[in-house]
Design a protein around this ligand. Sequence first.
Ligand SMILES: *Cc1c(COP(=O)(O)O)cnc(C)c1O
Length: 419
Amino acid sequence: MNLDKLAERYGTPTYVYDLAAVRAAYADLRAALPEPTLLYYSLKANPHPTLVAELAALGCRAEVSSTGEVDAALAAGVDPAAVLLTGPGKTTATVSHALRRGVRRFSVDSPTDLARVGAAAAGHGTRAECLLRVNADEPVAGMGLAMTGTASQFGADASWVLRRPGDFRGTAEAPVTGLHLYMGSNLTDEATLLRQFEVAVAIAVRLRDVLGDLTEIDLGGGFGTPYARAGVRPTLPGLAGPLARLLDDRLPDWRRGGPRISFESGRYLVGDCGTLLCRVVDVKSSKGQLFTVLDTGVHHLGGMAGLRRLPPILPSVRPAGGHDDAPAEIVTTGLVGPLCTPLDTFSRTAELPAPRPGALLTVPNVGAYGLTASLLAFLGHPAPAEVVVDGDTPVSASRLCLDRVDLPVDQPATVPSGR
Ligand SMILES: *Cc1c(COP(=O)(O)O)cnc(C)c1O
């Protein structure tokens, strides 16, 4: 797809997502996982309806955490039976919304959460299947953004469950029939991925002894891919074999669905499908330091990045395509956005071919944790256009917008006078 043409047609900033890249990532991830296993797409990476629909058509289930994500998954064609609602702060309103829409699988984080799902299911006259989210007590060596082995706001410590298993079995309306063991994110090497799955399987085997038979064990994922800079999504050709042997060894009936094994991924499936097109607005120097000001910033990209800290974002400069194209000198520049805060900085020391006002820049590998992970409402700039292509064929174009909706204002009751 000609990015320069898209930038002209839709203006900048514009996100471009390529469905051909989504299919390639899906095929690579399936090849990295043993069969038969289930794969959930985590909508928080990118809830764009065309991407979710593509992944649903490929066979992904949906891992969601809010009423908005429930609706996005169902609107994209995901079967409600294939939706898993997760998250540490599920309110009764959220759970009830999901139940009304046909969702029956919930990851629960605590006895309180389990009881809340149970009460909501009973209120709806239905039954909810619960996967208990468990936090491993030991750290997994080699994991960066670890959600395990330390105090965690997610799930229940395995030691807590072992100490008081009766608090974690659920009720007739909401029995705990599975486990959810998401341990971390953006792991790129097979050895680390395998080690976390070994820890997860060991926990599952121990907890099965106290919780009884389990129908599903969600082993999480954390499959990594480059973010907001050049780089190639890794393939994981050496994972499926050892993972299948691990499961054969520890959970010998897994191939017959006793239990079913599932995985989750957001960034791996959509990270490299997305590119952000933006332009240089100004280039100036302050006290010897160069600043390149862009028409995009942390309200469109990198507001949170799905990581605890924001890594520097590194776009590449498009060659202008003119005749006088001597290769530009490489300069070190601060790369900043238009927001009125010094936090709106993609990089303090980007090394780029000297950018000129009007130059088109592309930020690669931003299909995951781009627009919806950013500070869209801050300062009121419009959202970038989002254009979906399939190779060279345009598929959809849209722009997200925030609307203020008026709510009724209750006037204080007037006290009749003369009493
Ligand atoms: C964020 C999250 C994911 C997706 O993480 P990626 O790094 O995008 O694959 C999966 N499962 C849970 C529970 C999450 O919180």
